[in-house]
Design a protein around this ligand. Structure first.
Ligand code: DCT
Ligand code: MG
Length: 386
């Protein structure tokens, strides 16, 4: 079996056979779909990727590198590592030899060096250097605070701050409303949201929305829609099928949660959508939908008092029977819902590659509002697709 003059690695085929559980047991190895590296697409939207990551030790390393480059605002290198991580996540086998990555796209020299080091040494010295780097460690902590990005982290780092504890203790810092909430609920927000918590919040969101619009469609998006079991927040898309739209819906939902004492923080962004100006050239914001970045109070089952031995423990158990959870709500007109759903489902890399694929391979422009044929659009030549 030859592809582009290169024999298909029979060992890879064997490993593929071992890992595939859906194939009939009596299927001969030769009929197995062979893995052909040169046929793997450079676009993640053209690859099949499951949550089963056979190359976590490599992809974790790439994600550290990408994050460090993001902190240094080096977008090109950051993307290079994100693309490589996405590619290795799609491989149906674990990479164990350099031969396994031969012919694959998205594997540049930097990436190759790290793979080689991990194969040979079990870990990468370059990645370890980053993990021990003072600046990386501080930025990692700072950016884990809701409302804090690279710019604020840079400012705090230059001021000599290194940890979230130091930030909390510094009473001279000017913080945004978002950052204040981020620090106030830091411990809850930094501990990941579980699937059970996402389901519980989903019920709350659906019930509240449906008290105002009984036919509304409320869909969980983001990582949880992709089948992940944990996330850093819970994303929802809300739309109303049919002609009826309610511009006040989001405000009504938020007001009710305020009254119920469920709202810990909320920032409503009004829609900036102008039909005539689509596709938008603005690339910094994801879309123009009305949305809300909120922190909800999710009540949790009380700690069983019988397990508390002292009165102090009993008091503690009574003090906090809730967890702060980050929730994003996005309201879309019904006709744009499919595009919004595609964009908000993610992953980020999948979205990036979908837009790149549309632009470079189809001469089209995709955003969260629609898909446009560039040949039928005038005056959008400067549209930038990363
Ligand atoms: N998204 C995007 N570009 C951004 C931010 C978000 O395309 N700058 C899309 C991709 C996923 C979706 O919106 C939700 O974003 P997140 O909640 O940040 O991502 P997630 O995949 O849900 O990851 P997490 O589990 O960490 O919440
Ligand atoms: Mg999310």
């Amino acid at each position: 079996c030859m592809e582009a003059g290169r024999p298909v690695d029979s060992e890879v085929k064997y490993r593929l056979m071992e890992q595939s559980q859906s194939l009939p047991l009596n299927m001969p190895a030769l009929e197995m779909p062979a893995f052909i590296a040169t046929k793997v697409s450079q676009y993640s939207c053209q690859r099949k990727t499951t949550l089963n990551n056979y190359n976590k030790k490599f992809t974790d390393a790439f994600e550290v590198m990408a994050e460090n480059y993001e902190f240094k605002e080096n977008e090109i290198f950051c993307l290079e590592f994100l693309r490589a991580a996405s590619l290795l996540k799609s491989l149906p086998f674990s990479v164990t030899r350099m031969k396994d990555i031969q012919g694959l796209p998205c594997v540049g020299d930097q990436v190759r060096d790290i793979i080689e080091e991990i194969i040979e040494e079990g870990e990468s010295s370059r990645v370890n250097e980053v993990l021990n780097d003072e600046r990386y460690k501080a930025f990692k902590q700072f950016t884990s605070v809701f409302g804090v990005g690279v710019k604020t982290s840079e400012k705090w780092y230059r001021m000599g701050l290194r940890t979230v504890e130091e930030v909390k203790a510094d009473k001279t810092l000017k913080l945004s409303k978002m950052q204040k909430a981020g620090l106030l609920y830091y411990e809850d927000l930094v501990s990941c949201v579980s699937k059970a918590e996402a389901d519980a919040v989903s019920l709350i969101v659906k019930n509240t929305v449906c008290t105002f619009l009984p036919d509304a469609l409320v869909t969980i998006t983001g990582g949880f829609r992709r089948g992940k079991n944990i996330g850093h927040d819970i994303d929802f898309l809300i739309t109303n099928p049919g002609p009826r739209e309610d511009d006040e819906l989001l405000h009504k939902v938020i007001d009710l949660w305020k009254k119920q004492g469920l709202l810990l923080y909320c920032d409503i962004i009004e829609s900036t959508f102008v039909k005539e100006q689509l596709p938008s050239r603005k690339v910094d914001a994801m879309d123009h939908f009305q949305k809300c970045f909120a922190i909800l109070k999710l009540y949790q089952p009380r700690v069983d008092n019988s397990t508390c031995n002292t009165s102090e423990q009993l008091e503690m158990a009574e003090v906090k029977d809730w967890k702060a959870i980050r929730v994003d709500l996005v309201i879309t007109p019904f006709e744009q819902y499919p595009y919004a759903l595609l964009g908000w489902t993610g992953s980020r890399q999948f979205g990036r590659d979908l837009r790149r694929y549309a632009a470079h391979e189809r001469k089209m422009i995709l955003d969260n509002h629609g898909l446009y044929d560039r040949r039928k659009l005038i005056n959008h030549f400067e549209y930038i697709v990363q």
